[in-house]
Design a protein around this ligand. Structure first.
Ligand code: FAD
Length: 304
């Protein structure tokens, strides 16, 4: 019950502009720097290099979402292109994650598509891959439509599907052959569209992962849940699913020992490395997911 209240509280804060303005001043003090790899692409590349040395591959995300002007959307796309160029220049094992709202999905869908085309052309040039993060339910249909359109011309793009949505198993089946990140889901959604009980979400999550793997499709299993990871390891062995048909993913700064252990076992382990100045919404969602994450904030406030 109390964890439900704190989840709702932090999800509320994640979209509250007044709280955001106040919190941005306190950024590092709130502990955000433990889970965000700095504000610049150079800082992010330093982090990625270190993670690569441990055998961990990465995906970087230039933080930003819910952009409302054409200029901001174009600037955000330019950041993504610079990030791809920086990865190529640094010779790191890393791809790109992004949010369509940061590229103008709510401003003008054509602009958003054009931004994606510019990014995918750059990624193609460098033989790299771009993952579209999945945002809240109001953006799901538009995200899947744009993905479908982009995949007519590009195969280096995939998205993420959230297990808490009732419709997701059928989306996973429909997206056979697409590189999908499979997740439980991070936003507050209504009971009309999303399961509210954790046990139900967990069941659907395992089911979705198995459906996609048995379909012969590539799955990025993005979770910190050791029970899910253990079950998927056993499932892939039992079903003869090769290690190059899937990867595990975790967020930068979470379960870092387990990340290294999974890589040492010979599995591909990808770390989601967020960077940039607009860290607020991302950080609030992390606090919402797991009340224990608040210790980052408390530690930060207590540190000098
Ligand atoms: P949880 O359900 O949070 O935890 C399950 C259990 O695992 C816990 O009870 C605990 O026993 C253990 N555990 C979890 N975390 C820890 C920890 N830090 N330390 C110790 N034990 C722990 N969501 C979206 O909606 N869209 C996206 O595009 C998206 N992309 C993501 C990308 C990545 C790489 C990851 C890892 C997550 C992403 N998410 C995204 C968030 C995701 O939807 C979940 O909200 C988030 O991962 C929390 O769920 P979980 O599966 O990690 O496990």
């Amino acid at each position: 019950m109390s964890s439900m209240i704190s989840r709702n509280f932090f999800l509320f804060l994640s979209q509250n502009k007044f709280a955001k303005k106040k919190a941005m001043k306190w950024g590092p003090k709130l502990g955000a720097k433990q889970v965000i790899a700095g504000e610049t692409i150079q800082e992010a590349m330093e982090t990625v290099k270190k993670l690569n040395e441990y055998g961990l591959v990465c995906t970087v995300d230039h933080l930003g979402e819910f952009v409302y002007s054409r200029e901001e959307a174009t600037a955000s796309a330019n950041h993504c292109i610079k990030a791809l160029e920086a990865m190529e220049g640094a010779g790191v094992d890393c791809n790109l994650s992004l949010k369509l709202t940061s590229l103008g999905l709510d401003v003008d869908r054509n602009l958003c598509r054009d931004n994606m085309v510019r990014i995918l052309e750059t990624a193609k040039k460098y033989n790299n891959f771009v993952r579209i993060d999945m945002e809240d339910y109001t953006h799901l249909e538009a995200t899947l439509e744009l993905l479908h359109e982009l995949r007519q011309s590009y195969d280096n793009v995939g998205t993420a599907i959230q297990a808490y949505l009732y419709r997701s198993e059928s989306d996973v089946r429909r997206l056979k052959g697409v590189n999908l990140r499979l997740i439980k889901g991070a936003y507050k959604e209504s009971p009309e569209v999303a399961m509210q009980k954790q046990a139900e979400v967990d069941r659907n999550y395992l089911n979705m992962i198995k459906v996609h793997l048995l379909n012969g499709s590539y799955a990025a299993i993005a979770t910190h849940d050791h029970r899910v990871i253990a079950e998927i390891k056993a499932f892939t062995i039992e079903n003869g699913i090769p290690k190059d048909q899937f990867e595990f993913q975790m967020l930068y700064g979470f379960r870092t020992e387990m990340q290294k252990e999974i890589a040492r076992e010979g599995y591909k382990m990808r770390i989601y490395v967020p960077f940039g100045e607009d860290w607020y919404g991302y950080y609030m969602r992390r606090l919402a997911e797991r009340p224990q994450n608040v210790r980052f904030a408390i530690k930060g406030l207590l540190s000098k």
